[in-house]
Design a protein around this ligand. Structure first.
Ligand SMILES: [Zn+2]
Length: 209
């Protein structure tokens, strides 16, 4: 669905986000190994993978990376992720956190990112704890936080289930870090996006965790 003008939240098991303006940016790549639902969605709105400028990956879990190889196939899009996560996504190293070894094909990360870095119009917010190198992405032009699995909004805003967090304490510190930022809108890997007043809701969550 088009959540805001030029912002598509594409629901598979985990939500992918497509930003459309002068450039085309995809954040996360679904669970399907063939990226079927994701590519169908892009095709319906007449977006070709070869026209993507960047595919950001928030973290190494298979429900966010599963379709990456299929989307990236034949596309000159750069793959960008936090530098800690890059070797896991590229399958140069075995991911040692829960829920265990990831089974998707490795795709090299072209752009290793750091906290606070701006790349292709988005700001990187390092939010470790769910995985070791988890990032959120902030789009200032739309006051939009793409939260990945830094929190979830399923029957209310809450942390991720600790059985999926490599460091539950650090995961909560990352939620408190997000609570210091100002943004109106948020998209989560799991659960309902928030349009309007999103930062206040994250700040309220930070007080509870
Ligand atoms: Zn995850």
């Amino acid at each position: 669905m088009e959540l805001l003008k030029g912002v598509h939240a594409i629901e598979t098991l985990a939500t992918s986000t497509l930003l459309v303006d002068g450039r085309l940016i995809l954040i996360d790549a679904s669970i399907d190994a063939d990226a079927g639902k994701l590519l169908d969605y892009l095709s319906r709105i007449k977006v070709k993978p070869k026209d993507l400028s960047t595919i950001f990956i928030t973290h190494t879990h298979h429900d966010h990376v599963g379709g990456l190889a299929a989307v990236k196939h034949g596309s000159p899009a750069k793959v960008a992720a936090h530098r800690i996560e890059a070797d896991f996504i590229g399958r140069k190293r075995v991911y040692d956190g829960p829920p265990g070894i990831q089974s998707y094909p490795g795709t090299p990360v072209d752009v290793p990112l750091d906290d606070g870095q701006k790349y292709d119009g988005l700001e990187v917010i390092f939010t470790p704890g769910h995985t070791r190198g988890h990032i959120c992405l902030f789009d200032p032009s739309r006051s939009l936080l793409i939260a990945g699995d830094a929190a979830r909004n399923e029957s209310g805003l809450k942390p991720m289930d600790d059985r999926y967090n490599v460091d539950p304490k650090q995961h909560r510190e990352s939620i408190r870090k997000l609570a210091k930022l100002h943004f109106e809108n948020a998209i989560f890997g799991h659960g309902t996006p928030i349009v309007g007043g999103a930062a206040a809701k994250i700040a309220d969550l930070a007080k509870r965790v």
